[in-house]
Design a protein around this ligand. Structure first.
Ligand code: CXF
Ligand code: ZN
Ligand code: ZN
Length: 372
């Protein structure tokens, strides 16, 4: 099947729209006609070189939804016409992690930065016109009009799901909401700091509110993002962490925030150190954002780590389980309890992906979405 998709030929590099040939689905695969794909910062990290993948060219995109167009032989659970949302983390259902409620850590995740079929790392589901194999970002490649994926990466959703909004459930929603509710373990009455209001931060604010936080302090230098955070339930919105830390202390008898969630665009150790300084004894620092993945070391005072028992917790997809939590968040959205529409600032065509990422860098988007 012919398609067009946004491909990186190398990293650092730029997304280029190219013609692709997308494989017919094999057993346990489906081919999907894309409806919408979010422009997550992680794809920009791939372009910038912060997050290298194993194989180039790679077709980007890992937050999307579409309609099943073809189903592989002897493949259960999907029919042509079904709506699906992709999970950027596959869930095999059988490994230690899947079977103990931690699908975000499924052992198949080891292959998502290879972009091949799980069972054969030399077998790819896309190719260029000249036959060059194309890797799939996170095994899915939502920046393509059509994509063939493993059933491990697809969640069937009801026929009336508005995929142009619900596509955010594939990354931003679970990642941000879960960073507060699951990884951060926000409790009723807590004071929570959310550092950085993009798609993930906007969802972390909502997660903190749902978990019962009394004070949700959003931090962002961009006024529009601070206003958005307040419209999503943040009780305060400030420009920097000095101000946020002072505020958190003022609500807690000088102790500090219960939870600080790092959702900035490009993380460095310094951001983690600022979050670490902002939390109380036994407070949780949740590290969700990505930066240059080769960076090593966090400049945090070891004595404070020990004497105050502060906790620094990595968070992948907000410690959520895609098969349980994508449908749950979709239900919350459909019940009017989770805001997604309000996060989507601008829609773009596939050909306009460059403008979408320019807008993200300019700080004018919470989330941009490609409509196919
Ligand atoms: C990231 C997590 C690390 C791999 C790339 C995707 N998550 C969401 O954007
Ligand atoms: Zn993402
Ligand atoms: Zn698994």
């Amino acid at each position: 099947m012919k398609s067009r998709g946004a491909v990186l030929r190398q990293s650092p590099g730029k997304f280029e729209i190219v013609d692709l040939e997308v494989d017919d689905p094999r057993q346990n695969e489906i081919r999907v006609k894309m409806v919408a794909s979010g422009l997550c910062h992680s794809d920009d990290h791939m372009a910038s070189g912060d997050l290298p993948v194993a194989v180039y060219p790679v077709c980007g995109g890992h937050e999307g939804g579409g309609i099943v167009e073809a189903v592989g032989p002897n493949t259960k659970g999907f029919e042509p016409g079904d709506k699906v949302i992709f999970s950027f983390l596959p869930a095999c259902g059988k490994c230690r992690w899947c079977s103990t409620g931690h699908q975000n850590l499924c052992d198949l995740g080891a292959l998502v930065l290879v972009g091949s079929r799980w069972e054969d790392q030399t077998s790819f589901r896309m190719k260029l016109d000249d036959g060059t194999p194309v890797a799939q970002a996170l095994g899915i490649s939502t920046f393509s009009e059509y994509t063939t994926v493993s059933v491990d990466s697809a969640i069937k959703v009801p026929a009336d799901t508005p995929l142009e909004k619900a596509c955010l459930l594939g990354c931003a929603a679970g990642t941000g909401w879960g960073s507060a509710v699951n990884t951060g373990e926000v409790r009723p009455g807590d004071t929570v700091i959310v550092m950085g209001i993009g798609g993930i931060g906007a969802m972390a604010v909502q997660g903190a509110v749902h978990a019962g936080a009394a004070q949700v302090i959003a931090v962002d230098p961009v006024a529009f993002k601070r206003e958005t955070a307040e419209s999503l339930g943040a009780t305060h919105a400030v420009k920097d962490m000095d101000e946020a830390t002072e505020l958190a202390k003022s609500f807690t008898n000088g102790q500090g925030a219960d939870v600080a969630i790092v959702t900035v665009g490009v993380i460095t150790g310094q951001h983690v150190a600022e979050a670490f300084a902002s939390v109380r004894k036994q407070g949780n620092v949740v590290v969700t954002a990505l930066g240059n993945v080769t960076e090593v070391g966090l400049p945090v005072p070891i004595l404070e780590l020990i004497l105050f028992e502060k906790k620094i917790k990595g968070s992948l997809f907000g410690s959520s389980s895609p098969r349980a939590d994508i449908p749950k968040l979709l239900d919350l959205y459909r019940a009017g309890m989770l805001k997604l529409d309000e996060l989507i600032t601008t829609e773009y065509s596939l050909d306009d992906i460059g403008r979408g990422y320019d807008d993200m860098h300019a700080g004018t988007n919470i989330r941009g979405v490609i409509r196919f």
